[in-house]
Design a protein around this ligand. Structure first.
Ligand code: GLU
Length: 228
């Protein structure tokens, strides 16, 4: 079991906030860690081993208002920096907890479509599928809905799309994920312990929920889709 933490809200020392978030999830076990956040571009940092290894790479002065972080428990591919999350393909960046059972079949299809994979993970395939599905619609909620119809297995995911870098998306199936609603930030986490520094107001997501976090009004939209 790994951990996911996400932040969207007031500008903050984002790398530090993301590190502190995943530290609260450390007890769940992991073999590597990473983070992604928006500072104009999407900045990614990863490290194999303890979160303290990732912490050595952080910029004390980083500023950001949206980010996702991850502790990985490898299921597909060894624990190394390339396989560590986040994964980024095309215009999509994700962290993922779970197993995409039909990833080989999806990978074959995506390779035929020209995708080149650098990691051994099922997660990079999930990320490429999201990027591929973006070619069919401009609506990112629709992209995630189509994704849930194509994948078999389990997932809790935090997603940043390059064309909506001020929005954080999340979805889940058979892996835990909660949403925290704070005064200055909305949060995403694998469990409550990671958000309590920000808020005690939270809800557990159900399978196929899709969450769209915006920071402006501190509101979120939750939609549930039945799998076709
Ligand atoms: N299956 C993914 C991987 O091997 C995610 C593992 C996890 O839940 O941490 O990278």
């Amino acid at each position: 079991m790994c951990g996911i933490f996400g932040y969207i809200g007031k500008k903050t020392n984002i790398e530090k906030v993301l590190i502190e978030g995943i530290k609260k999830l450390e007890y769940r076990g992991y073999d590597s860690a990473g983070m992604a956040y928006v500072d104009g571009d999407v900045i990614m940092k990863k490290a194999t081993g303890k979160i303290s290894e990732l912490e050595k790479k952080i910029d004390e002065n980083s500023i950001g208002s949206i980010g996702i972080a991850h502790t990985r428990w490898a299921t597909h591919g060894e624990a190394n920096d390339i396989n560590a999350h986040p994964h980024r393909v095309g215009s999509v960046t994700i962290v993922h907890n779970g197993i995409i059972e039909n990833y080989m079949e999806l990978k074959d299809l995506l390779v035929k479509e020209g995708y080149v994979f650098t990691s051994e993970t099922d997660t990079e395939v999930a990320c490429a599928l999201l990027d591929y599905l973006k070619k069919t619609t401009d609506d990112n909620l629709e992209v995630i809905k189509k994704f849930s119809q194509r994948v078999k297995g389990s997932y809790a995911m935090g997603i940043i799309f390059d064309d909506e870098k001020d929005i954080l998306y999340a979805t889940k199936k058979d892996s835990p994920l909660i949403v925290g609603l704070g005064k200055d930030a909305n949060l995403l986490a694998s469990d409550v312990s990671a958000i309590l520094n920000f808020t005690k107001k939270y809800c557990l997501l159900d399978n196929y929920d899709i969450v769209k976090f915006t920071s402006k009004k501190n509101v979120y939209l939750q939609q549930r889709y039945e799998k076709c």
